[in-house]
Ligand binder design. Structure first.
Ligand SMILES: [Zn+2]
Length: 419
């Protein structure tokens, strides 16, 4: 009857392990039948288990097997058994117990080792985190960066190392490294546009023809510009945190550019086609659809990698250049001179030029391409691109402010857009 709690295969393995162990222990007096009896009483070992052990014992300890375990051994026989070299194997209960002890101690040792390793790893991470937390990090060279941080090989040094602490990332805003210029160029722009937005929203209604509509379309522009500059500042600040954070904020950064372009179109289209509802709706809808498409493409993981730098530049330049269609439409309807004087085509062209020139420098990595290692801190293409983006937004604000001013002068009459 099988009432053992140990299955046969486990028992075989246990026997083998136990034999090996006893070979090493060289017959310590562990063959006493005390445990054997106890295990019998507890029901852990069956007579079938003992029969399996018997052949093994017969080859190693004939004196013991000759006595038969089920019969009562004499004192002499027990005494012989006590001195048998394979004493531990004389009892299946001892075999199982030794094996269990062996397995238990092995598991305990393994767990202890794993626990210590884990503790050491945590302590190392903790020490590193504390150093980063305290701002005790040093700038590193391009080749010391992990792959996900290697964006521009022409910037040789002054890079922040990966710092998995947001506090350390935000603390780095006030330190000198390759991203300091990128952070501050858009942080200053962000603060500036928040100020302009508050000023504009506080203008009294007497300066507008239809206050709520005009303030709404201007708000679209401010929202796009502020979000773009905010996401960009955040991306350049926390981009060194980890690869995951880098990817998430990279997507936000690119989405912000699309939002800025979309927001810039709204007041311009609104005033340029003030009396023409149909083209106004078509152009606004078109730029929104194209902008959303750009945002969707920006969510692709590989889009933020260095390999797709030119694709990014072309995509956003194309979104901005889609403004050529309503621009030509305005010139056709108003005539060139009126489009320049009243339609602000000149300012809008300057805005487009600044933006596209910035995108070109960004894609070509000029000037660091011609001066490798010399633009690590200042005058790198990305900083120039940032400055040109802010300038383009200021020029655009000036252009749409002029459009608003002329609309205010003409009132609700449709004289500007009519030939
Ligand atoms: Zn940027």
């Amino acid at each position: 009857m099988a009432f053992s709690l140990v299955d046969d295969s486990a028992l075989d393995q246990s026997l083998q392990d136990a034999t090996n162990q006893t070979d090493m222990k060289q017959g310590k007096n562990r063959c006493t039948s005390m445990y054997d009896t106890q295990l019998h009483n507890l029901g852990y070992i069956s007579s079938e288990d003992e029969e399996e052990v018997e052949p093994l014992l017969s080859t190693s300890c004939p004196n013991l097997t000759a006595t038969g375990r089920s019969s009562s051994p004499s004192n002499l026989e027990e005494s012989e058994a006590l001195h048998c070299p394979l004493a531990a194997a004389t009892s299946s209960s001892n075999v199982v117990q030794d094996s269990v002890h062996h397995a238990m101690s092995y598991v305990e040792e393994s767990m202890q080792t794993a626990k210590e390793s884990l503790q050491n790893a945590f302590e190392s991470v903790d020490r590193f985190a504390h150093k980063v937390w305290d701002g005790r990090w040093r700038v590193v060279s391009h080749f010391q960066l992990p792959d996900w941080q290697r964006d521009n090989e022409f910037l040789h040094h002054w890079h922040r190392p990966p710092m998995p602490s947001f506090r350390a990332c935000f603390g780095s805003v006030f330190r000198l490294h390759s991203e300091t210029g990128n952070i501050w160029t858009h942080l200053i722009g962000f603060i500036m546009f928040i100020g302009i937005c508050i000023y504009f929203q506080c203008l009294p209604g007497k300066y507008f023809v239809i206050e709520w509509q005009e303030k709404t379309v201007f708000t679209m522009f401010f929202l796009g510009a502020i979000l773009c500059l905010c996401f960009s500042t955040l991306f350049h600040t926390v981009g060194c945190h980890s690869e995951r954070v880098y990817r998430i904020f990279g997507k936000l950064d690119y989405s912000g550019i699309a939002l800025m372009i979309m927001g810039s179109f709204v007041p311009w289209i609104y005033y340029s086609f003030y009396c023409d509802t149909e083209p106004k709706i078509i152009y606004m809808t078109s730029v929104c659809v194209l902008g959303v498409l750009c945002i969707v493409i920006s969510q692709w993981d590989k889009f933020s990698t260095a390999r797709f730098r030119r694709v990014r530049a072309v995509l956003f330049a194309a979104l901005g250049l889609s403004g050529i269609v309503p621009c030509i439409h305005t010139i056709i309807r108003m005539g060139f001179m009126q489009a320049v004087n009243y339609g602000q085509v000149g300012w809008l062209s300057l805005m487009a030029f600044l933006y596209l020139f910035g995108a070109f420098l960004y894609a070509q990595r000029i000037p660091e391409k011609y001066f490798p290692g010399k633009c690590d801190l200042w005058f790198q293409s990305h900083q120039i691109f940032h400055i040109l983006v802010v300038l383009a937004a200021v020029v655009h604000f000036h252009g749409i402010s002029n459009l608003q001013h002329y609309r205010f002068q003409f009132g609700d009459q449709c004289v500007i857009t009519q030939q």
